[in-house]
Write a protein that binds this ligand. Sequence first.
Ligand code: HEM
Ligand code: HEM
Length: 207
Amino acid sequence: MEKSAKNNTYSVALRIFHWLNAATIFFILLTVFTRKEWLEKFKIRDLILDFAQRNDLIISSEQAYQLAKLVRNEIWNFHYTLGIFLAILFIYRLVLIFTKDGKRVFKEGFSVFKSSKANKSGIKIIYIIFYIALFFSILSGLLMHFDDFFGISAQTKKAMEALHVGIVTIIIYFVPLHIIGVVMAELGNEKGIVSKMISGDKENKTS
Ligand code: HEM
Ligand code: HEM
């Protein structure tokens, strides 16, 4: 007999995927915020120029700008390493579709379009949207990163970057919404949902 949704758990393989995927995306987001905010190139350029002026150093605005980009890229390069790791994790998640726990989210998510809706199918469709966005983020990212290998022109790369930035916005919004969602579920009528994703079916070991 199929377990009730409340008693459903997550296999070790899926939990490993979940936390590695979450950690990788978290660090990718850190590289983005570092590039866009904390080590933003014009901000660092101005800091360098200010420092040079106060210490009687001669450096042109263009040199300060290039130096700022060098500093920023030290962190930004992790974006690519983490991106490639994310692609490997995605392939691992595809393999998990062949397992019972790994296909549940897709079964329940797509049931939102059927007359017999599974429990929480409305929420599960968000995960499907997330996975589709993740796929296109990875695809566009890899194509840009290995542009020479794929013979991608500078113009196409520019268009692809716009696409990449557009799609990753879904992921950027998903993360806080998801965390708020699971915390609310945990505090509401789905007590134990977070521990199910950490240690398995602790709270609901009834069968
Ligand atoms: C970058 C951060 C995160 C991402 C990208 C993420 C992504 C996901 C995805 C894609 C699923 C569906 C899993 C499946 O394929 O079946 C999921 C489920 C889940 N996640 Fe996360 N997650 C993140 C952070 C967190 C955090 C911090 C928590 C705990 C506070 C958490 C708790 C859960 C739980 C409890 C579920 C199962 C929810 C359900 O059954 O509806 N996640 N997450
Ligand atoms: C959660 C997934 C991802 C997020 C949130 C994300 C976010 C971003 C953002 C916001 C930009 C634009 C930066 C700017 O405007 O200056 C960008 C650019 C880029 N990303 Fe991603 N990305 C993700 C995944 C990937 C992956 C998997 C790769 C593959 C290696 C990748 C490779 C790139 C490349 C090559 C660029 C072009 C910008 C450049 O390097 O100059 N990204 N990404």
